[in-house]
Every structure is written in C-alpha cells, then in structure tokens.
Design a protein around this ligand. Structure first.
Ligand code: HXC
Ligand code: NAP
Length: 281
C-alpha cells in the first residue's frame, strides 16, 4: 500500500507495543523503515516482540514501564532515546479494560482503567511534548481511542470516560501544540480480535457473532487495516491532518445511531410492499 521508505528516519515509540494492535503497528511501521521503541509492564512479552522485530532485520528496543508512573516514563524515554536517537512519534496505545456492571465496580477498579488509559496517555504526552517543545523539533502523537469515546457505552464505563478524555486531549493539544510543530491525531477502532480485548470483552462466542451481525460489513477488522491507517497518519503524507479522529469500524457505530437502521433485518417482501405504496395499510 505504501512505499517501503514511508517512515524512514523516524523513531516511533508505542506504548503497549508488545501485544495485540500495538505489536501489529510496530511490525508495520518497522517494515516501512521506522526504528521502533516499545514499552509496557511485562518484560517477557516486550523481549519476545523485540526479538521478532530484530529477527526480521528491524531496529527495535524496549523498556519496561508502567504508564501510570511518570518517573518510569521519564527514565524509559531517556534510555530509549539514548539507544535509538530522538523519538519522533508517540503512539498512546496502552490500555486496560473489562466489562462490568458499573454498580459492581470498586473505586480501585475505576482507577485501574482510568490510570492506564487517561492518566497514562496524558503523562506520556506531557513527557514527549515537553521534550519536543524544548528542542523545537516537533513530533506526532497518535492516540488509540474507540468509537464509544463520543457515544459513551454501558458496561465499560471507566474505559468510555477515559477514551472520551483522550479524544478531548487530542483535539485540545492539536490547537495548543500545533503551532509548536506537534500534530495530534487519533484512531477510533471498531472491533479487532486481540487476546487482551477478547479475554476481557468478548468472553463468549455469541458476543463475537452479535458484533459481526451489527456491523454493516458483516465482519471484524483486520490488524493490517488498522496498521496501515496508523502508518499513514504518523507519516509526512498526513502532515496537514491535526486534531482529527479517524474511525475504522466498517460503519459499526453508525449502524447503532440511525433510527431506521434496524430495517436492515426486513425481508425483500417488506420492501416490495413499501414500493407498491402499501406501507401505510
Ligand atoms: C470487575 C475488576 C475486573 C473485572 C479487575 N477488577 N478486573 N473488577 N471486573 N473484570 C478490579 C480488581 O478487583 C481491583 O479492585 C481493581 O480492578 C484493580 O485490579 P488489578 O488486577 O490489581 O489491576 P491491574 O493489575 O492494575 O490490572 C489492570 C486491569 C487488567 C485493567 C484490571 O485487566 C489489565 O492489566 N489490563 C491490560 C490489558 C487490557 O485490558 N487489554 C484490553 C484492552 S481492549 P479491588 O477493589 O477488588 O481491589 C480495549 C478495547 C476498547 O481497550 C474498545 C472496544 C470496542
Ligand atoms: P492488548 O493487546 O491487551 O493491549 C494493551 C497493551 O497495553 C498491552 O500490551 C499491555 O501490556 C499494555 N498496558 C496495559 N497496562 C499498562 C500499563 N499500566 N503500562 C504500560 N503498558 C500497559 O489490547 P489491544 O486490543 O491490542 O488494544 C490496543 C489499543 O486498541 C488499546 O488502546 C485499546 O483500547 C484499543 N482498542 C482496541 C480494540 C479492539 O477491538 N481490540 C477496539 C477499540 C480500541 P502489559 O500488560 O505488558 O503492560
């Protein structure tokens, strides 16, 4: 889809880059010429992902880092910059989530998710933004949100509240930091199968079938589709896109929004009856 040097000369740091969509983005960005830095809590998965990247001939480094702790962020960025050179792009991808009735949540459970998704994204953006502003070098922040960042959603309230905040952060910093050469953009994915998301959000097969049924394209997203969109948004080809959130969900959220969309379930005979002017009889 792109020329092999689309991201040549760029160093991209991806939080949560050892698993799921973060890892797929890392592999895709590396294949397009980027140097890759990944951070998360689990050393084993980071080590395995970096080994896979290096075995494919790519330059990659990792640091363990809990994004809820600003001091761990500072030392991870310092160490990775020392090894890979200046970081040009930050992808705030790390997240925590699970389904629960809201009344069953403890305050600790709420904090566990908002700490990762909202605070972690803000802390990492602050760390990189301060560096980019003082060095006058500019940079790109790509935030991974969800479509319920603007609709809200029951049963994932800590995540919905946090993703809404991250979307507001994206649009706010686009204006405030745009003049300092920092672009802020976001992707709102629909449902993309990953171990982390499926274990916590799609624990039974019937939920997956429902998700497919309520999607206009009748399927889930592929990692390649998301990674290509991300590569475009962080590339210089998207240099005038700032403050935008791009939805990649096959039209799923719109399906739930239009009042008459449920008519998708009506058989051909129904539409024949309507066409013949018998709708009101
Ligand atoms: C209710 C839960 C819970 C659950 C944890 N808690 N899981 N409560 N239902 N399923 C509660 C615990 O009981 C505890 O509260 C508090 O949350 C903190 O739990 P810990 O296990 O100590 O938290 P921690 O080790 O910090 O782990 C964070 C986590 C975990 C979010 C809970 O799931 C995690 O590490 N997730 C990372 C990966 C992930 O979630 N990936 C999915 C992203 S998918 P008490 O009061 O009992 O001590 C995604 C998709 C979005 O974001 C959009 C889809 C469309
Ligand atoms: P995932 O594989 O579970 O990814 C989450 C990552 O975040 C893991 O690598 C995890 O690594 C890291 N992480 C969690 N807590 C962390 C912390 N405190 N500090 C540092 N890293 C932490 O799930 P995914 O499905 O790929 O999700 C990736 C992104 O896409 C998330 O932002 C998610 O909200 C978004 N998204 C996914 C879907 C979907 O359908 N999959 C839909 C919409 C949005 P460690 O455990 O090693 O820390």
């Amino acid at each position: 889809m792109f020329s092999n040097d689309l991201l040549k000369g760029k160093t991209v740091l991806i939080t949560g880059g050892a698993t799921g969509l973060g890892k797929s983005m890392a592999l895709n960005f590396a294949a397009l010429g980027a140097r890759i830095a990944i951070v998360s809590r689990k050393r084993e998965s980071l080590k395995a992902a970096v080994t896979e990247l290096r075995n494919s001939g790519f330059e990659a480094e990792f640091e363990t880092c809990d994004v809820r702790d600003p001091s761990q962020i500072s030392s991870a960025v310092e160490s990775l910059t020392g090894r890979l050179g200046k970081i040009n792009v930050l992808v705030n991808n790390a997240a925590g989530n699970f389904i629960s009735r809201t009344e069953d949540l403890s305050t600790k459970a709420f904090d566990a998710v908002t700490g990762i998704v909202l605070h972690g994204t803000v802390y990492f953006s602050l760390e990189m933004g301060k560096r980019w502003i003082s060095s006058k070098s500019g940079g790109v922040i790509l935030n991974i949100v969800t479509t319920y960042a603007w609709t809200g959603s029951g049963y994932v309230v800590p995540s919905a509240v946090s993703k809404a905040g991250v979307l507001a952060l994206t649009r706010s910093l686009a204006v405030e930091w745009g003049k300092k050469g920092i672009r802020s953009v976001a992707i709102a994915p629909g449902m993309f199968p990953t171990k982390g998301a499926w274990e916590r959000l799609v624990p039974v097969k019937s939920i997956e079938e429902t998700l497919k049924d309520r999607n206009p394209l009748g399927r889930l997203g592929s990692h390649e589709e998301l990674a290509n969109l991300a590569a475009f948004l962080i590339s210089d080809g998207a240099s005038y896109i700032n403050g935008e959130v791009v939805t990649i969900d096959g039209g799923e959220w719109l399906m739930g929004a239009g009042q008459f969309n449920a008519l998708s379930a009506m058989p051909d005979e129904f539409w024949e009856m309507i066409r013949q002017g018998r709708g009101g009889k």
